[in-house]
Design a protein around this ligand. Structure first.
Ligand code: FMN
Length: 170
């Protein structure tokens, strides 16, 4: 049985900040990358606290998260790190050192190998328990034409939350 994680108290801040942007950070072997995400879920599945993130095939992050055992979500405090979120959400780690480009640094996570983003306010560490591809034929037609006109579908990654915590006072 999984150890209970007191994540419900943080889920509101997760849901409020997510549409404004959060950092999804993944370490796979010697490769690491961070990208901005705006879509996701938080809840209970399999009697476990779960975060689901959605990563399109075209993202460099996709090639990492597909093989990595885990990922982290780092959420800035409201209104903070806007430039960094815009940068991590517009350039690709395939072409540049995203951390240098976005001006962000990492620090080790507590329970996973993927690091978290320094200076954020709230952190979720997740162990990937399911990778799920989308079946276009089963998707609502309006969503398909609005979000997938170029057929660059998302893959969903379900992560069991292994730790969640707030930035420590400096
Ligand atoms: C606010 C915001 C939210 C975004 N949300 C997502 C998302 O949930 N999934 C996704 O695949 N791309 C999303 N993107 C786009 C990626 O962050 C962007 O394509 C990024 O450059 C990919 O980086 P990578 O190639 O280094 O992985 C978002 C971008 C922004 C600015």
């Amino acid at each position: 049985m999984t150890k209970a994680i007191p994540f419900a108290e943080y889920s509101r801040q997760f849901l409020e900040q997510l549409p404004r942007g959060a950092f999804l950070t993944v370490q796979e072997g010697a490769r690491r990358n961070t990208m901005t995400i705006g879509w996701g879920n938080i809840g209970f599945i399999w009697q476990r606290p779960i975060i689901t993130v959605m990563v399109r095939y075209s993202r460099y992050t996709h090639s990492l998260i597909d093989k990595a055992p885990d990922f982290s979500i780092s959420l800035p405090a409201p209104g903070e790190m806007r430039k960094a979120l815009a940068s991590a959400g517009s350039v690709s780690g395939r072409d540049v050192d995203k951390f240098k480009e976005a001006g962000v640094a990492t620090e080790p996570a507590r329970t996973i190998q993927s690091p978290v983003i320094k200076g954020c306010d709230l952190f979720f560490e997740c162990r990937t328990v399911l990778r799920q591809v989308m079946e276009p034929a089963w998707l609502d037609e309006t969503i398909r034409s609005n979000s997938y006109a170029s057929a660059d579908y998302h893959v969903m990654y379900y992560g069991e939350i292994t730790a969640c915590y707030r930035r420590e006072a400096e």
